[in-house]
Structures are given as structure tokens and as C-alpha cells.
Design a protein around this ligand. Structure first.
Ligand SMILES: [Zn+2]
Length: 194
């Protein structure tokens, strides 16, 4: 009897360890936001962003399309919009901007609009007053554009920050190069109420 209960205890212990290592570190958008079924995310990029910047942004959005059994596509429309004031730009179009938001603001910011829990528009702002880099080896003080953009696109999709350091949805410091999705990001994606 004693041996049996010991074994049972060990079994439960290993189950708990297994559970915590899988850990649900991702967080969904607190408002439960998700895109309407069958509606993909098509975005334009501001004409003020360099061709190199466009390549970085497309590389980032493409990461979310690498998910097997993906339920949603992110597509660059090829358009270079001339908008430069995203604050006044709730217009039903998904746009990536680059404006000076000041050094106290994050290097990038996602903004989205809901109708109920359906996300109807998602814009991203790159902050030109922060040190942004398209180089695959950014300096320690620079923000790697593909890495910060894959994170912002994650917000657009309906994910909040993750506690898992391997996730692109983790808030990483300057100098970090991490644009390939982690397991946790994919788990978060699959947990969205598409
Ligand atoms: Zn974030």
C-alpha cells in the first residue's frame, strides 16, 4: 500500500512538472479580439519606409504564415500609402506607418479597432525616433525591425505579451534578433477563437 501511494505521488509530481514546462505562457488579447472567419489581413506600408524596411516588414508578417494549418493570412498589398497621421487614420485600411513618437515611446506600436470582439482594422506604427535596424546583426542599442514587427503583427492577430522568453510575443530588449515563431507563439495562435 505504501509503495503504491508513493508511486502515485511520483506520477502526479511528474505530471505537474510536465504541465509547468508546457506552460501556457502566451496571453490572448484581453478583449478576446479576433478577425472575422475567412477575412485575411492585407496591409499597405507608408511610402516613407525604405525598401529595406519593407523587406523587413514582409519577412515579419510572413512568419505568421508559416504555421501549419494556419487559419489566417497576412499579405502585403504592395501599396505604399501616403498617410502620415495614423492617429486620425481609422479608415478601415490596415497600414504600417513610420512617424516620430518621441524617445519615451516604444520602438513600435500596434493599434486596432473592434466591432464587438471582431478586429476590423489593425495599424502598426514604427517610431522613427528610436534606433531601428534592418541589419541581421543590429547593435545592442538598436531594434531589429523584423523582430519587433513579428511581435506587432502578433498583437494585430489577437495575442498579448507572453511570459515565455523564447516567444516573439515576449517583450525583448534592444539588440534582440528573434523573428521566428516559438512553440508558445504557435500555441497562442491556435488558442485564438478564430
Ligand atoms: Zn507588445
Amino acid at each position: 500500500m505504501v509503495r503504491k501511494s508513493k508511486l502515485l505521488g511520483m506520477f502526479i509530481g511528474s505530471l505537474l512538472i510536465g504541465y509547468s514546462s508546457v506552460s501556457f505562457a502566451y496571453n490572448l488579447d484581453p478583449y478576446g479580439g479576433h478577425w472575422e472567419k475567412g477575412v485575411d489581413y492585407t496591409y499597405s506600408i507608408a511610402s516613407s519606409i525604405s525598401d529595406e524596411g519593407v523587406d523587413s516588414i514582409v519577412l515579419a508578417s510572413d512568419q505568421w504564415d508559416t504555421i501549419r494549418k494556419k487559419k489566417f493570412s497576412l499579405e502585403y498589398s504592395g501599396d505604399r500609402n501616403k498617410q502620415n497621421n495614423p492617429m486620425e487614420n481609422i479608415n478601415g485600411e490596415n497600414e504600417v506607418f513610420k512617424i516620430d513618437m518621441g524617445t519615451s515611446q516604444a520602438p513600435a506600436n500596434a493599434r486596432w479597432k473592434y466591432s464587438g470582439d471582431i478586429i476590423t482594422e489593425g495599424d502598426i506604427i514604427l517610431n522613427s525616433s528610436r534606433n531601428l535596424s534592418n541589419s541581421s546583426k543590429p547593435s545592442k542599442t538598436a531594434y531589429h525591425v523584423p523582430s519587433i514587427m513579428v511581435h506587432e503583427f502578433g498583437h494585430i492577430i489577437g495575442l498579448d505579451h507572453s511570459d515565455n522568453k523564447d516567444a516573439v510575443m515576449y517583450v525583448s530588449p534592444a539588440g534582440t534578433v528573434k523573428y521566428q515563431l516559438g512553440k508558445d507563439d504557435i500555441n497562442g495562435y491556435n488558442a485564438i477563437d478564430w
